[in-house]
Design a protein around this ligand. Structure first.
Ligand code: AHM
Ligand code: MG
Length: 342
């Protein structure tokens, strides 16, 4: 195609670094290793139906959920890649109860900490439905040269220096932000490179999709019940009723809504009184991306990224997506009881 220029993620990372005159390339190197791990996991995910990789690994993770083999594989790949980058001094993972720190001098000198859900939507692995990896990167607070400590991880989302996700779907994409817009790269399997496919993504301010697990409807807070009823009302000027779309993989549901316009809600319920999704490695990175794309992310009454975390695997209610849709849901909640912060 005339004038067609392929920009690979590697090139893009290097060129973006040049925009910061004093950048030392540390974050670039870290993101490069995230990309490498993503390719490894992608290869395995694509083979999932062919080899003995689907199914339970026989262990239970820190949330008390069965670990799937691919969860374990993804966790191991990311940890190995991050360690070899030499830029990461500590990792928080959905699959590990405690923070992971390294004893070698190179890693201890790393400036960044990394929070991840290595394989989100894992209940979808065995049934060929899109899954993802979500990550969030912070600068450490503790001195370089020492082991990372828990406080390095308990920073509010506003301190994120980068966040993103990889979606292993009909194609594999890596979407990330460093606070200067959201960029999406699609993996071209023929050359093994992530290529820029979505430049400076902006999400529509209004949308026509709502995503929520309505099986939990009887447990929703009143404001959420009323908002969901609003989504189903008939009103031509606001294009209602909206379409219900719920995959059960946060990455996939968020990604679709990001591109098309929509709202994703996972409120607290009786079963999950603090919400189901995790603040550090699910809600904060998604919130950073949502805001950078012109959308919003809140608990219903508080900005997600301003919550000061108290623990590594903390859960929180989340409503995220198109700006006006999130504001509308917040207005319904405000009329009822505000969502409690835990
Ligand atoms: P996981 O990290 O164990 O895969 O759980 C997180 C997933 C999200 O991807 C998704 O949005 C949510 O759990 C679905 O939960 P539910 O099945 O309760 O609707
Ligand atoms: Mg998971």
């Amino acid at each position: 195609m005339k004038g067609y220029k392929v920009i690979t993620l590697t090139t893009f990372l290097i060129e973006s670094q040049a925009e910061f005159p004093y950048a030392k390339g540390e974050l670039t190197r870290l993101l490069y290793h995230v990309m490498v791990a993503a390719k490894m996991v992608n290869k395995k995910v694509n083979k999932a139906g062919l080899v003995d990789i689907i199914g339970e690994a026989g262990e239970v993770n820190v949330q008390g959920e069965d670990q799937k083999k691919l969860d374990v594989f993804a966790n191991d790949q990311f940890i190995a890649a991050l360690r070899s980058s030499g830029e990461c001094c500590g990792i928080a993972s959905e699959e590990n109860q405690e923070i992971i720190t390294f004893d070698d001098d190179l890693s201890r000198d790393g400036n960044y900490i990394f929070c991840m859900d290595p394989l989100d939507g894992s209940s979808n692995i065995d049934v060929n439905v899109s899954i993802g990896t979500i990550f969030s990167i912070y600068r450490r607070i503790s001195p370089r040269g020492e082991r990372a400590v828990l406080d390095d991880f308990l920073q509010p989302g506003t301190k994120q220096v980068a966040a993103g996700y990889i979606i292993y779907g009909s194609s594999t994409m890596l979407v990330y932000t460093t606070g200067r817009g959201v960029f999406g790269f699609t993996l071209d399997p023929s050359i093994g490179e992530f290529c820029l496919s979505h430049h400076d993504i902006k999400t529509p301010e209004d949308g026509t999709i709502y995503s929520i697990n309505e099986g939990n409807a009887h447990e929703f807070p009143e404001g959420i019940k009323k908002y969901v009823a609003y989504c189903k009302d008939i009103d031509k000027p606001t294009h209602r009723p909206y379409s219900a779309r719920y995959i059960g993989s946060l990455v996939s549901d968020f990604h679709r809504n990001l591109l098309k316009g929509g709202i994703f809600l996972y409120p607290h319920t009786e079963k999950n009184p603090e919400g189901k999704l995790r603040l550090l490695y699910e809600c904060n990175p998604i919130a950073f991306l949502a805001e950078q794309a012109g959308g919003k992310a809140s608990t219903g009454s508080h900005r997600i990224m301003e919550i000061k975390p108290h623990s590594l695997h903390q859960r929180v209610s989340i409503i995220t997506g198109s700006l006006h849709m999130v504001e509308k849901a917040e207005a319904f909640i405000k009329e009822q009881e505000p969502i409690k912060l835990n």
